[in-house]
Design a protein around this ligand. Structure first.
Ligand code: ZN
Length: 138
């Protein structure tokens, strides 16, 4: 069974069945994309897999939401991760972009639910200064 297939299966199962099945697997590593959406208690369980079963877990995701608040899953990941690597994203001004602004009708919005279905075109990466100024490239 390929990992992608396994993860699709995982999504259909209840979480408590996931871990016993995984212990029996022969996967040396698992990756999770959009890991900011994982529940904090699942992050704890994933760290158990690392410690008890020597499975490498690699998670990709955002640190903060459009209001510059940590996602609960990202917070727990940062608390438990052995290593954290930041992928460099650049603001339109050339500085490192650590903030994800939500865009609607070409304007930065700061109100709304943390989770919103949408495309990547609904967000833009900005440096802190331009995030605070709500300033997009002209
Ligand atoms: Zn900037």
């Amino acid at each position: 069974m390929k990992v992608n297939t396994y993860l699709k299966t995982f999504r259909k199962k209840k979480r408590r069945r996931f871990l016993p099945d995984l212990k029996k697997s022969e996967y040396p590593a698992l990756t999770f994309d959009e890991a900011q959406f994982l529940r904090p208690n699942l992050i704890d369980k994933l760290s158990d897999l690392v410690d008890r079963h020597n499975i490498t877990i690699i998670c990709y995701g955002l640190r903060t939401d459009f209001q510059s608040k940590l996602f609960p899953g990202a917070k727990r990941l940062m608390e438990l991760a052995d290593d954290i690597e930041q992928i460099k994203t650049i603001c339109w001004c050339g500085k490192r972009a650590h903030f994800n602004a939500r865009i609607m009708n070409s304007q930065i919005i700061t109100d709304g639910d943390q989770l919103q279905l949408g495309s990547n075109k609904s967000y833009v990466s900005l440096c802190r200064k331009h995030y605070k100024l709500k300033q997009l490239k002209d």
